[in-house]
Design a protein around this ligand. Sequence first.
Ligand code: UDP
Length: 239
Amino acid sequence: SNKHSKYKRILLKLSGEALMGEENFGIDPKVMNRMALEIGQLVGIGVQIGMVIGGGNLFRGAALSAAGLDRVTGDHMGMLATVMNALAMRDALERSNIATRVMSAIPMTGVVDDYDRRNAVRYLDQGDVVIFSAGTGNPFFTTDSAACLRGIEIDADVVIKATKVDGVYTADPMKDPSAKRYLHLNFDEALEKQLGVMDLTAICLARDHEMPVRVFNMNKPGALANLIVGSDEGTLIDN
Ligand code: UDP
């Protein structure tokens, strides 16, 4: 039963950078294992978990384009990077005995399943973790937008965005020591103040479909479990 959880179904967004740990590129297996452990705790109390993983630890279309590549090709490379991260996450989760499915917005027969919303919801109902890879499948979008899109499609209770800071701040807390964390924000405030929580496409999608977004620090051990049981972690953004 999930009587201890505030949420029945969540969409958890991890950036590619979160998987790097202390490295400069790629995936740190230690970080993957810790995340698998934390996700396993949620599965253990009956939370259904859909996930979107970014690709920024490997490739970003905008950065490749700045270096001279065709933007759309760069975005395709970025989306393929998210599939690699999803495979690594599935591996870590399954080594922790957590049944995991990977679906891709870009068909990749023999490697991962095709994205199919109805199948995804069936797997979630069975208690499997479902990782949605390859973003939205379209160039010029981000995995934050993919997280909001999939969250809305699977009717998640909340989109939970894991970052390196404790939430959304009045200024960059890494640069400005007087920066204060917002406990709560409206989407319109987030848009107006250009707080850089997520790109505008993602925020507008969440706002228009009334999908709350919670931003929290994944490097803080136990933070994910805390926010799932309703403690004050990070920043909640809603209408
Ligand atoms: N991407 C894309 N369409 C999508 C999602 C992602 O083209 O729907 C590409 C884009 O180039 C992006 C890269 O994949 O830079 C990696 O995703 P993102 O930058 O969102 O990863 P994160 O910053 O979360 O690690």
